[in-house]
Design a protein around this ligand. Structure first.
Ligand SMILES: [Ca+2]
Ligand SMILES: [Ca+2]
Ligand SMILES: [Ca+2]
Length: 230
């Protein structure tokens, strides 16, 4: 009778085979772990490299942004500085120009009082000729806006044409800038329009109420006013 041999029939052989298989399996498992660990290490390295790369790019972008901002601010500062310098130069030129004008005005006999310069003529002319002279000087016959200005016009103790007239409509007194008369300083009995008096003079010097309407063709001294501030 033929004997059929099976491996499992040999316990020693089976045990040995299992042991070998087990050993191989253990070796494979260690190697797999090593390979897996190595792959994991490579992956981590790559990840770290990518993160580092991103950080480098971020840093570079940040540096570029800061540089652009810095250059923009520098350019803005330069522009502002140039504007300030130009403004300062203009102000200095205006100041020097104003000084020259003030010196010229003082030399020509203009007197400053509360925001205006005043010129008292040394000759006598009609009201219109007087006004024309003021206009030629860049001024106009005086407009009296306050008691102080009224007192100022009296201190020269001269009969002076002022910028007030009713030549367009009788008794509708208007200043040379077109504004109507509101506060007046007429002498007693004035205005009386004797023979058609339509222009106003400072007639008296002591009383505050010193105005008189006079014939516009009368030749008198006059007072110009040039406003330098409102
Ligand atoms: Ca005035
Ligand atoms: Ca009149
Ligand atoms: Ca009169």
């Amino acid at each position: 009778m033929e004997m059929v041999y099976h491996e499992e029939d040999n316990p020693y052989e089976n045990t040995h085979y299992a042991s070998v298989r087990s050993g191989e399996s253990k070796i494979c498992s260690d190697e797999d772990r090593k390979v897996a660990a190595a792959e994991l290490g490579i992956k981590r390295y790559r990840l770290a490299a990518v993160i580092l790369g991103l950080l480098c790019m971020l840093q570079a972008a940040l540096i570029i942004f800061l540089l652009i901002s810095l250059f923009s601010e520098r350019d803005e500062f330069k522009r502002t500085n140039l504007d300030v310098e130009a403004g300062f130069k203009t102000l200095t030129e205006e100041r020097d120009d104003l000084k020259r004008k003030l010196n010229n005005l003082a030399q020509e006999g203009w007197e400053y009082f509360r925001g205006s310069f005043y010129y008292i003529s040394s000759t006598r002319k009609t009201w219109q000729q007087s006004r024309d002279d003021c206009l030629q000087k860049g001024a106009d016959l005086v407009i009296i806006n306050s008691k102080e200005e009224q007192d100022f016009t009296r201190k020269f103790e001269k009969r002076l044409w002022i910028g007030l007239t009713d030549s367009k409509t009788e008794l509708k007194w208007k200043w040379v800038d077109g504004t109507p008369l509101t506060k007046s300083y007429w002498d007693s009995g004035e205005p009386n329009d004797i023979n058609g008096e339509d222009c106003v003079e400072i007639r008296f010097f002591d009383p505050e109420k010193s105005w008189n309407d006079n014939n516009c063709l009368t030749e008198l001294n006059w007072i110009c006013e040039m406003k330098v501030r409102p």
